[in-house]
Design a protein around this ligand. Sequence first.
Ligand code: SF4
Length: 283
Amino acid sequence: MVRKVDLPEEYPPEKGRYARGNDYSPVAVCVILDTFDFNIPPVLEELLMAGLDTGAALSGMLQTENIGLEKMICNIVANPNIRYIVLCGREASGHLPGQSLLALIENGVDGKRRIVASQAPTPYLFNLSAEAIERFRTQIVAVVNLLCDPGETDRSNPGLNPEVVGKAVWSCFQEEPVQFKGYTLYDMGAHPEPPIVQKVVWKASKPWELAGTQKPQKTVSALVVYKLLPGTNCQACGEKTCRAFASKLIQWMRQPDGCPYLLKPEFAEERAALEKLLGTQGE
Ligand code: SF4
């Protein structure tokens, strides 16, 4: 009999762009979101739904290599039944969340909470306990990597094909091991440790120390910083408003890369000005 555990009332602790399926399923689906969240292509929605329809515990989208990944970790360590992640969609060239997830599983974080060997701009997991990060790494026994290259549009690629994603999910909950694209998959039962219920909270009061950078020497006005932001309050950075993001920027709790608009060429001037103001240039 495969061991399963009942979940705490608080599960899943973090809200986000995901759907909750069968709590006892051993697999979650992670679709990389490579666009702004007000413009999600139907193919990514279809991948999410394919995960849900074929029996995933959670099926959702991941946009960033820091706060987005932290939220995903919170929801997974709260459900020890989840042992696999099916990674699909196409990599987001700005944030590289897919590569960061794989690097985290493979290498963990260093003493400054940076994901070792992540190639993303700001792959820091400041806001989770070390216990949660390590649990995530031992609880997840394999990431079934179907991720396509940035910009891929050919839906015959496994990572953009809902049928293949569904087959990957199905494979994970079989009682007997099955072979799927080089992975041996089966439902091995829940991780032996109890759920960890944790939310993302901004614990890093001095993140420049954690990041090994220098504390800013001058005081920067939040209003000046705010005026350099796009001002759409779209929340893609994980903050409720651009003002909130500006406030975190001046405290060095976030970096300009956290706003996806600022990675676009048309905002290059604003980003350069922010980096100069905040002293983050060249990190
Ligand atoms: S800073 Fe403003 S525009 Fe940029 S992601 Fe955050 S809310 Fe959206």
